[in-house]
Ligand binder design. Structure first.
Ligand SMILES: Cc1cc2nc3c(=O)[nH]c(=O)nc-3n(C[C@H](O)[C@H](O)[C@H](O)COP(=O)(O)O)c2cc1C
Ligand SMILES: Nc1ncnc2c1ncn2[C@@H]1O[C@H](COP(=O)(O)OP(=O)(O)O)[C@@H](O)[C@H]1O
Length: 215
């Protein structure tokens, strides 16, 4: 965690091409709560926060801090109804045109319906050393453009791979640059068939009885 960002080139994908290797998929879920309000305003990259208790649900308190990728299921809300993920390839945020096309190619009718919606995501678990947070947080950037926020929605996460440890940065610009690279790496990693297929995991749209995990 005390690692400092350097300028070495980053690998284009993370995790084996054959598919997720244990402990992945890691599953965790929780209600979307308010974070520190920096994601959108300071970084231009909104991140949906879920309580850290979401981690203990699956017995993953010991999960390493760092950046991960996978699929996120969101319970039905105004946000998920307005823009189903397969509506337009350009709805994917911060991704090159080619990757937008690839990811929209693996979207299907199961992705957004009255049960909710499934999206590609890139997330950080940790202390945000750049901001010197004193509590650990779970922050998820969904690679989709939403017209409204979705606080209060339930989010089911299937984490399929680890990208990198948390780093400290000399500037906000360097942090943003690395998060954008994380998003590209996530898109490329998820587009591989063994990972793309897990978008249809029924768990992602199971929300019944999960309200008690919300606080
Ligand atoms: C993909 C991704 C990677 C991140 N990597 C780091 C990191 O290496 N170091 C760090 O201090 N914060 C990292 N962050 C966390 C940001 O600092 C955090 O999202 C920002 O503080 C917004 O927080 P807020 O939504 O609680 O306001 C990352 C966030 C995301 C989404
Ligand atoms: N693509 C997206 N990914 C994640 N959250 C998003 C996205 N688009 C809109 N949001 C909304 O923005 C909120 C996060 O905004 P942010 O500025 O990071 O504030 P805070 O950290 O205070 O919650 C999320 O909780 C969600 O409701």
């Amino acid at each position: 965690m005390s690692n400092q960002h350097d300028n070495s080139p980053r690998p284009p994908v993370a995790g084996p091409d054959e598919g997720p290797r244990p402990p992945f998929p890691l599953k965790l879920d929780g209600k979307v709560i308010k974070g520190f309000g920096r994601g959108s305003s300071e970084l231009g990259i909104p991140t949906a926060n879920i309580p850290l208790s979401g981690l203990s649900v699956g017995g993953h308190e010991d999960v390493d801090s760092g950046v991960y990728y996978g699929w996120a299921g969101l319970s039905p809300s105004k946000a998920t109804h307005q823009h189903p993920p397969h509506a337009q390839s350009s709805e994917y945020t911060h991704l090159s045109h080619h990757l937008q096309e690839t990811l929209s190619g693996i979207a299907n009718d199961h992705d957004a319906n009255e049960k909710g919606a499934v999206y590609p995501m890139c997330m950080s678990i940790g202390w945000n050393p750049f901001y010197k947070n004193t509590v650990r947080s779970v922050e998820v950037h969904i690679m989709h453009h939403f017209e409204t926020d979705f606080y209060g929605s339930h989010m089911n996460l299937s984490i399929l791979g680890f990208i990198r440890p948390e780093l400290d940065y000399v500037s906000k610009e360097k942090l943003i640059e690395d998060i954008k690279t994380d998003i590209e790496v996530s898109g490329r990693s998820l587009a591989r068939e063994p990972y793309a297929r897990l978008r249809r995991d029924p768990y992602l749209l199971e929300f019944e009885g999960k309200g008690e995990l919300a606080s």
